[in-house]
Design a protein around this ligand. Structure first.
Ligand SMILES: *[C@@H]1O[C@H](CO)[C@@H](O)[C@H](O)[C@H]1NC(C)=O
Ligand SMILES: *[C@@H]1O[C@H](CO)[C@@H](O)[C@H](O)[C@H]1NC(C)=O
Length: 297
């Protein structure tokens, strides 16, 4: 689903780009229509990422007033809006909201906002090397998220930054999903309006994280976009795009991503055997925790 996001980010955020690339625009829409069909068939298997991704998408489309107003574009906007309506009702049927109440605050339709100004990453700010071995666990980052969101207990306070979380979320040289979760932590704090002193340095951390995520994405590109790295590649684009770094929106990347959709199923990535077997709550949770991305979109 992170995909879907990303694709629509393109549509929504880069008005000028839109105007000059009508073919790209209609490719994106037709890809999204296939995705909708896929989700229609498989909404029971939807995961947290998918819902989250969809909410970001929805935020972007509904908050974007700069949608070009020519007639053809208006027609496309209507098309996208009706797709969103359909997806929205499908995702409600997916019933993840009960299941994942820890994340409920981020799953609401109004949680996500789009950047008001854009900048580019500075390659000099990227880590010179990554230290994948010494990062934190996903359990740890989930716990830190719940302290920020106030969902660590019923009616819990939000914006709590423990020293363990501060250390983990600012740890240098993290890579891959650890790195994207560090950025996500600061994005959550933004949206929650947290005022801990740590967040005075939010922009500095975003600059470092996204410069490093750009470095990783360029490496993934140089390695020929192997299947196992595609999900991370797109997650990086989504999160740094949301953080205001427009250099993640590269036409050549978008064109590449559009080729990854499976023509028959409409989804992206490789169907996993595990997914086929899973249906229960526990499995869903496990899938989520272990980040088995079945790349919905
Ligand atoms: C853009 O980012 C660079 C470094 O990443 C920073 O020095 C500069 O101040 C930023 N510009 C704006 C307008 O925020
Ligand atoms: C896939 O690409 C990633 C990222 O560039 C790289 O670290 C990994 O070794 C590659 N895997 C295979 C199987 O080629």
């Amino acid at each position: 689903m992170l995909y879907l996001l990303f694709l629509l980010l393109f549509i929504a955020c880069k008005g000028s780009f839109l105007k000059t690339e009508p073919d790209v625009r209609s490719s994106i829409i037709s890809v999204l229509e296939k995705v909708t069909v896929f989700i229609e068939n498989r909404y029971r298997d939807i995961n947290l990422d998918a819902v989250l991704g969809f909410r970001v998408l929805q935020g972007i489309v509904t908050q974007n007033e700069k949608w070009p107003l020519e007639r053809e574009l208006l027609a496309q906007h209507t098309q996208v809006e009706s797709m969103i309506k359909k997806l929205s009702s499908l995702l409600e049927k997916a019933c993840l909201y009960d299941l994942l109440s820890e994340f409920a605050p981020i799953l609401g339709p109004h949680f996500w906002i789009i950047p008001h100004s854009w900048n580019q990453t500075d390659p000099l700010m990227a880590y010179s090397s990554f230290d994948a071995a010494n990062c934190f666990t996903e359990k740890m980052s989930d716990a830190c998220f719940t302290y920020l969101l106030g969902t660590w207990k019923e009616n819990g306070n939000s914006c709590i930054v423990t020293s363990a979380c501060r250390n983990a979320m600012t740890k240098p040289a993290c890579s891959n999903y650890c790195l994207s979760h560090q950025l996500l932590y600061f994005l959550f704090a933004d949206v929650k309006g947290c005022s801990d002193l740590l967040f005075l340095r939010t922009q500095d951390y975003k600059n470092i994280f996204c410069a490093s995520m750009m470095k990783i994405n360029l490496e993934i590109e140089n390695n020929g976009f192997n299947v196992s790295s595609r999900d991370l590649f797109m997650e990086n684009i989504m999160l740094c795009g949301m953080s205001g770094f427009s250099d993640f929106y590269k036409l050549r990347w978008l064109e590449k991503i559009l080729t990854w959709q499976m023509p028959k199923e409409g989804c992206f990535g490789e169907p996993s055997k595990e997914l086929e077997r899973s249906s229960g709550v526990e499995n869903q949770k496990k899938l989520l925790r272990r980040k088995v991305y079945f790349a919905y979109v």
